[in-house]
Design a protein around this ligand. Structure first.
Ligand code: BG6
Length: 508
């Protein structure tokens, strides 16, 4: 079914001059306009601390679009040229009433009763903006018009702060009006996890502890912390990536089938799964985790400083740039199946993928041959990025008279069959915000369940100790490998890396 165009709406962007707006929201809005999914009745009110007016804001945005690598066409795109006519700017301090009075005036002028307020601002402003919007009556829904709030991560820095923020927001606005964004949910392959599972009998029928040995979820990044030292040192890999992005992947992979594709049905199942993840005591947290910080070295041939020598990082920092966890979902379906998660900066490759390893076949059919000694298990790889796709690793008989098996991979790459090149991932999130579908957004209880799981690790590491070190351009510290080796398992080599090693392997 083709998507229908979004209804008329005014998008009020707090943080209109910031990086997120320029890099992601604006290109996504242009893409949506070009495809007709938002019409000329979309209006934008940008709000920012910098002085200026609508003309200055749109000129800056235009310059930015011109500077975008490989996307020069956006600045001359008819969709942008039309959209820029409908952008106005409110300059001022987000904590001052005058800003909200001006937004109210602009909203009335815009003539669209529907409004979505997008908080592309640092988290300390979330609470106060929602409060001010409420005091000025801007989020009260009247005459059938909607008023929605979209909030970017980070949503809290631990369990207590996430609960406090949820309480503060929900004292002014209903959960149905709150759209908490996790940009991983805008990625096509993440959305495809549900389809892969629930539209394919051969996958879902095997999707449980009877057939699955373990699940590995990796989000490896090549970039180092670079200029983000201030933010990163207060955050670390665990807070930055795990309770949000990695847990969204985990929930999609492990939740029970929802009764429908309705947002609440799906969010109920995701929350149920996150609430079922075992919460460790301090000793268990120590045993089931590894953390690291990268040393000085080189990345893609360029020298990089150690994390500890990064600008704005404390000399005494014990912040991790890599984390690996072993978790369990205590449910009937997943009893005893470990979920291994890892993520880090300055690693060997940029690659986000989920590897589901099935159990060995139960009976040594081939015992008269060499085969039974080295039958590899089946694996399903869901490649989230880059090079989005799915592959299934299976054993086949190699041609010839003797019985020998070889592993082969059945591969599907999105890029081979679809044109997905220009999307930022924010198109679907913005569109769903406008049409009022909360499927791709996080609910308060899901967020809190995620923080509850990581809290024991945060508490443990707050007591002291240092992360292990790892060389830039590797897959993290040795302790991350030990975490699996203790269970007689290994991390699967990332598909990007295994393709590289195949290419460089000598052919015989
Ligand atoms: C962000 C984190 O939420 O996600 C960043 O703050 C991280 O540190 C980024 O680099 C990863 O997202 P993506 O889409 O580039 O994989």
């Amino acid at each position: 079914m083709d998507a229908i165009p979004a209804p008329p709406v005014t998008l009020v962007i707090f943080g209109a001059t910031g990086d997120l707006t320029r890099r992601l929201l604006l290109p996504a809005l242009i893409n949506l306009s070009r495809s007709g999914l938002v019409g000329d009745d979309l209006r934008i009110i940008g709000v920012g601390i910098e002085p200026g007016d609508s003309e200055i804001l749109t000129s800056k945005l235009h310059e930015f679009l011109q500077s975008l690598d490989g996307r020069e066409s956006l600045a001359t795109d008819q969709a942008w040229l039309r959209l820029r006519q409908r952008i106005s700017y409110v300059s001022g301090d987000f904590t001052k009433d005058t800003v909200f009075e001006e937004i109210a005036r602009d909203l009335t002028l815009s003539g669209t009763g529907n409004a979505a307020f997008y908080l592309a601002v640092p988290p300390q402003f979330f609470g106060v903006i929602v409060e001010k919007l409420s005091q000025h009556g801007l989020i009260t829904e009247t005459d059938g018009n909607f008023r929605r709030i979209a909030i970017e991560k980070p949503f809290g820095t631990d369990l207590a702060s996430a609960q406090a923020l949820n309480n503060q927001i929900l004292s002014h606005v209903a959960e149905s009006q709150v759209y908490r964004l996790d940009h991983f949910l805008g990625k096509e392959t993440v959305q495809n996890i549900m389809t892969a599972r629930f539209a394919n009998m051969m996958i879902e029928a095997l999707w449980n502890s009877n057939y699955i040995d373990n699940v590995q979820i990796t989000a490896a990044e090549v970039v180092d912390v670079g200029t983000r030292g201030k933010f990163y040192d207060a955050t670390g890999a665990l807070r930055d990536m795990v309770p949000n992005h990695l847990f969204q992947l985990l929930a999609m992979v492990a939740m029970e089938p929802p009764n429908s594709f309705d947002a609440e049905a799906i969010r109920n199942e995701k929350s149920k799964l996150l609430k079922a993840i075992r919460i460790y005591n301090s000793d268990e947290a120590a045993v089931h985790s590894a953390r690291g910080a990268y040393s000085a070295g080189s990345l893609s041939g360029n020298p990089i400083a150690a994390y500890l020598d990064t600008k704005d990082v404390s000399d005494l920092s014990n912040t991790e740039t890599f984390v690996a966890l072993k978790l369990y979902a205590d449910t009937w379906r997943w009893a005893g199946v470990p979920f291994y998660l890892r993520t880090g900066k300055a690693m060997a490759a940029r690659d986000t993928e989920i590897v589901v390893t099935f159990r060995q076949v139960p009976f040594a059919q081939f015992r008269e041959t060499d085969v039974h000694r080295n039958l590899p298990p089946n694996r399903l790889r869901i490649q989230v990025q880059p090079d989005e796709g799915l592959s299934m690793e299976m054993s086949i008989k190699s041609p010839g008279l003797s019985v020998e098996t070889v592993p082969v991979s059945l591969d599907f790459r999105y890029a081979d069959q679809f044109d997905i090149g220009k999307m930022t991932g924010y198109e679907s999130l913005l569109y769903e915000l406008f049409v009022g579908d909360q499927t791709l957004f996080q609910r308060a209880d899901g967020i809190e369940a995620g923080w509850a799981v990581v809290q024991p690790f945060l508490d443990l590491w707050a007591k002291g100790g240092r992360p292990d070190t790892y060389e830039p351009g590797t897959m993290g510290p040795k302790s991350a490998n030990d975490l699996l080796e203790r269970d007689g398992r290994r991390w699967r080599e990332l598909s990007v890396l295994s393709r590289r090693s195949h290419k460089s392997a000598p052919t015989s």
